[in-house]
Design a protein. Structure first.
Length: 216
């Protein structure tokens, strides 16, 4: 049975990683969370860069992009608002993107991966057999993040979370290097008013169809 590549892109807090994990489990594929890789670089900057100035940080990271940066196994340390915010700032640096995109392409060389991010269907795997673009209204996404932070015992005011969602959307869609945008051949799913099981049914059906097409 030939394996396919699944690209899941979309805005922050749309459930990309939830569905990517479910689809990977369902198909027996490898799940790759590319946002975690950008977050890992952000965490590395926060803990190693001597400067807090944005321009100096950019120069510093350009000169310190090596395989010494741990990209996996960082757990919840990369799941804070601070790291998420800095991740979307380091993600505008072309050198950072090239460094990570190369690694992501290597991880998916053999197919059989479900990768989630912002540029998977457009840049990392433009030939992915199944591309899904997730979106939802900003207020809905902010409420999901708000509840998540509350559940983790690190609550933040809703207004701050909403502002953060809007700032991130803006940065992710307006950066020069591979901005977040929908691939022309992506299937768009607005899940503002959908529950998880309904989406899982829909997405697994899409996956089954794409695999069947590949093996026809
Ligand atoms: O999906 P996430 O919230 O963990 O991603 C953190 C940031 O990383 C996000 O604001 C934008 C950036 N990112 C990116 O630019 N490209 C990707 N493929 C994945 C994430």
């Amino acid at each position: 049975m030939k394996k396919i590549t699944v690209a899941i892109d979309g805005y922050s807090s749309c459930g990309k990683s939830t569905f990517a994990k479910i689809l990977a489990d369902y198909a027996g594929y490898v799940y790759v969370d590319t946002g975690a890789m950008y977050r890992a670089i952000a965490l590395y900057v926060l803990t190693h860069c001597p400067s807090q100035d944005s321009a100096e940080r950019t120069e510093w990271i350009k000169h310190n992009l090596t395989d010494d940066i741990p990209l996996t196994g960082l757990g919840d340390t990369i799941r804070t608002l601070e790291v998420g915010n800095l991740a979307s700032q380091v993600a505008v640096i072309p050198e950072v993107r090239h460094f990570l995109v190369r690694k992501q392409q290597q991880m998916g060389l053999a197919g059989g991966v479900v990768m989630d991010g912002r540029d998977i269907g457009t840049v990392v795997f433009p030939k992915a057999e199944l591309k899904i673009f997730l979106t939802a209204r900003p207020e809905v996404r902010a409420m999901r993040r708000f509840k998540e932070l509350e559940g983790k015992g690190t609550p933040q005011p809703f207004e701050d979370v909403l502002r953060d969602v809007n700032d991130r959307d803006y940065r992710d869609t307006h950066r020069e290097e591979s901005p977040l945008r929908q691939a022309e051949d992506a299937i768009v799913l607005d899940n503002s008013d959908m529950e998880i099981p309904e989406q899982v049914t829909y997405l697994t059906k899409l996956l089954d169809e794409a695999v069947a097409k590949k093996n026809a």
